[in-house]
Design a protein around this ligand. Structure first.
Ligand SMILES: Nc1ncnc2c1ncn2[C@@H]1O[C@H](COP(=O)(O)OP(=O)(O)OP(=O)(O)O)[C@@H](O)[C@H]1O
Ligand SMILES: [Mg+2]
Length: 392
């Protein structure tokens, strides 16, 4: 096996497991590890800082370790990946159809290749809750999820979320914050890191404001793909298996121009559904992504119910990587730019493109020419938030 075949294999693996491809830096790190290069040498080759390469590499090793069930690092990556890849190709015949090199794994992404229930039965002889099946191979549907080309930082938010879900068994989590702040991005990263703890993972968007009954039918259809007999309600599935459901764009079922978190007419039953998920006994988790917080969650938190809320704010210093990725000049001015746009990843992306287009990539010239905050293409995004505000 040569390094190109290994990269193709690793990319297939990550795509099958997480519905996304390795980016160029991750590829360079894998290739560098394969060639026995130091992080410093990899960083030089890719024109990145050594610390950034090390951070991305640490995440990559963690991801691959979770996916392959072995502790992978730069030193052992070559031997483990080679062994896993060869065994997969041997078992499945063709690397482009790899499900996983872990024989027990039957993860399938929608739009790719769904799990055959009979095949799942043969591969997973233990019931999901049995100790033998601690590291689970979930059925995953990320069809509704956006792509995640890059991801930086959010270490502390991710560890908070993992603590809530894995240790405190929180049943209902709301991640709320401005549009583009990174709610979907952090949820995707979270899935990548905790997927082996669940039997089912599904991402559904409320952009088209489905009625609750439609959403529940969709969930039951998804859970019904497993080999177990069909169950009457979503909560029954939540009790019998570990399900992780991500509901994205939940602000769409809230009224605008009113105090935040009030349901549109005809959507009040969502509130009851959320409350039922927080208060009834089960082993699953629902994550709500929204611009606004649903009203009942605050009350549930106050009653010490297993519901938690994360207000997502800007990225820290790591948002410099967004600017680096764009290729702006004047690194000494980047922290001013980050402070001005509050580390908001989407705003920084947009402003960096403006600087490239109109200021020749010079952060310094942009800041000198704009004493006040410059909005440009951000204006329409901010307007969509502004329109939703109540009079008060
Ligand atoms: N931690 C991060 N590192 C790098 N890029 C990020 C990060 N978080 C978000 N982004 C980028 O910012 C953009 C917006 O992120 P995302 O779609 O997750 O925002 P959102 O909060 O879900 O927005 P919306 O409410 O509009 O759905 C995306 O292009 C994403 O790649
Ligand atoms: Mg989103």
């Amino acid at each position: 096996m040569n390094s190109e075949e290994m990269l193709q294999w690793a990319d297939d693996l990550v795509f099958t497991k997480a519905a996304k491809h390795l980016d160029s830096l991750q590829m360079a790190i894998l290739e560098g590890a394969w060639q026995g290069l130091k992080y410093e040498e990899i960083a030089k080759k890719c024109h990145r800082s050594k610390s950034h390469v090390k951070n991305i590499a640490a995440e990559l090793w963690q991801t691959l370790s979770d996916m392959l069930g072995e502790d992978i690092n730069k030193v052992n990556a070559r031997s483990i990946l080679e062994r896993k890849a060869v065994s997969t190709i041997y078992n499945y015949g063709k690397s482009s159809q790899i499900v996983s090199s872990n024989i027990n794994s039957h993860i399938n992404i929608c739009g790719e290749k769904r799990q055959d229930p009979e095949e799942a039965k043969q591969r997973s002889p233990f019931p999901p809750e049995s100790p033998q099946n601690q590291a689970r191979s979930p059925l995953i549907d990320l069809t509704d999820a956006p792509e995640l080309p890059y991801f930086y930082d959010r270490t502390s938010e991710l560890s908070t979320l993992k603590q809530w879900i894995l240790q405190a068994h929180t049943r209902l989590i709301t991640i709320y914050g401005l549009s583009g702040i990174g709610k979907s991005a952090i949820a995707l990263k979270l899935i990548e890191q905790i997927q082996t703890q669940f039997d089912y993972i599904i991402w559904l968007s409320l952009t088209n404001t489905p009625a609750l009954s439609t959403l529940q039918t969709e969930l039951k259809q998804f859970f019904g793909r497993s080999p177990q007999p069909p169950l009457p309600t979503v909560i029954d599935y939540f009790r019998s298996s570990r399900c992780l459901v991500i509901l994205d764009d939940v602000q769409n079922i809230f009224k605008s121009s009113q105090l935040a978190g009030q349901y549109l007419a005809g959507y009040e039953d969502y509130g009851k559904f959320f409350k039922q998920i927080a208060t009834s006994s089960h082993q699953s988790c629902l994550i709500i992504l929204s611009w606004e917080q649903p009203r009942e969650i605050t009350a549930l938190e106050a009653l010490n119910r297993p519901a938690r809320t994360l207000h997502l704010k800007g990225l820290g210093e790591e948002s410099a990587e967004i600017i680096r990725e764009k290729g702006l000049a004047d690194e000494q001015k980047w922290s001013d730019l980050i402070a001005l746009y509050q580390g908001h990843p989407s705003w920084l992306n947009i402003i960096a493109s403006t600087i490239l287009e109109f200021f020749d990539g010079s952060a310094s010239r942009f800041l000198t020419d704009n004493n006040d905050i410059y909005l440009g293409d951000l204006e329409t995004i901010l307007e969509s938030h502004f329109e939703r505000l109540s009079e008060s």
